[in-house]
Design a binder for this molecule. Structure first.
Ligand code: NAD
Length: 304
């Protein structure tokens, strides 16, 4: 028998994930406070929930993709009295402390929680190629594996609540570092007179290449579209969560602290809703250059 799924939080990531679950044949009840997001889910084949509690009254398993730890705590408060819900899968990045609070709060109501933060961006959500990092009861992971496989590759991290969140913050600290460091280095090269497109080609053929140079720069920085699909405010949140956890563990965090300043500068200059690839803009302004990789009329490789 197919489980009825609930899906709460239909943003950049949630909407394409919901579409994949519907396409895989799962009945889904959806909710988002933004009416246009909920309309999109209904057009994709989901039923509309009236609110968070209604989703938990109608679904066996509720998944959520929410922007902040506060939103995850609010939603866990709203679903805990749901008549039908037995399992909650939090796909959001919220940090280990919030994940542990959510586990505890729902356990008191007989609901098991899997932390399941994801990596791979909007493109990965659309293609079903996300990496899903999972912590919580192994038996729940095994029974929900086919649901998670509609979204990407589930990797079991540990039974400890919050462990997958720590793993996700480690991943995002490194992704943030690669993007900010590549931006700073490319700005320096352009200031010295190098061509940004040639720089990215060389980095990708050499040892300086990362996901930032292979995917983020060609897709959203060189064409100056700044539309990769992840908000600057969310990247700043993830680096801050990493720093909080590293400091509470008394682990070294000098590099993360410097990267955190890049993202807070970007929030101040470009706003929290700007795309996180805009991290290069304050660096360009400071150096007085523009990293523009769009083809010019005189470019022999430009399309006719
Ligand atoms: P988003 O801001 O685009 O979407 C969040 C959605 O949640 C919005 O539609 C909003 O209306 C809804 N929402 C907010 N508060 C709510 C509440 N209390 N109840 C119900 N719905 C609520 O964010 P996103 O980019 O889709 O990211 C979602 C999560 O996934 C974040 O935790 C983010 O860190 C993580 N993440 C994002 C990406 C990415 O590339 N965008 C990649 C990996 C992980």
């Amino acid at each position: 028998m197919n489980l009825t799924l609930g899906f709460i939080g239909l943003g950049h990531m949630g909407s394409p994930m919901l579409r994949r679950l519907v396409a895989a044949g799962h009945p889904v009840v959806a909710f988002d406070p933004r009416a246009e997001a909920l309309d999109g889910a209904v057009r994709a084949g989901a039923a509309a929930g009236a609110d968070v509690r209604d989703v938990a009254d109608r679904a066996d398993v509720v998944l959520a993709s929410l922007p902040t730890p506060q939103a995850s705590l609010e939603v866990s408060g709203g679903i805990r009295h749901g008549a039908r819900i037995r399992r909650f899968v939090d796909l959001s990045t919220v940090g280990a402390t919030t994940a542990q609070q959510v586990h505890e709060r729902l356990r008191e109501h007989g609901i098991s929680t899997l932390d399941c933060p994801v990596s791979g961006g909007v493109h990965g959500a659309e293609q079903g190629t996300l990496a899903l990092m999972v912590s919580g009861p192994r038996t729940e992971f095994d029974s929900l594996r086919t649901v998670l496989e509609a979204l990407g590759r589930p990797i079991f991290v540990s039974e400890s609540p919050g462990a997958a969140q720590t793993m996700k913050l480690v991943n995002n600290m490194l992704a943030a570092t690669a993007l900010a460091a590549t931006a700073e280095a490319v700005v320096m090269g352009v200031r010295a007179g190098l061509d940004p497109g040639v720089m990215i080609d060389v980095l990708n053929a050499g040892s300086g290449g990362t996901h930032a140079s292979r995917d983020k720069f060609p897709r959203a920085v060189l064409p100056r579209t700044f539309d990769y699909g992840f908000a600057t405010g969310l990247m700043a949140k993830d680096v801050d969560l990493y720093l909080d956890e590293a400091r509470s563990l008394q682990a070294p965090s000098d590099i993360a602290a410097a990267i955190g300043r890049c993202w807070s500068d970007t929030v101040a200059a470009e706003g929290p809703d700007s795309d996180f690839t805009a991290v290069i803009k304050p660096m360009e302004a400071a150096a007085g250059v523009l990293v523009d990789g769009r083809p010019t009329d005189s470019d022999p490789s430009a399309p006719a």
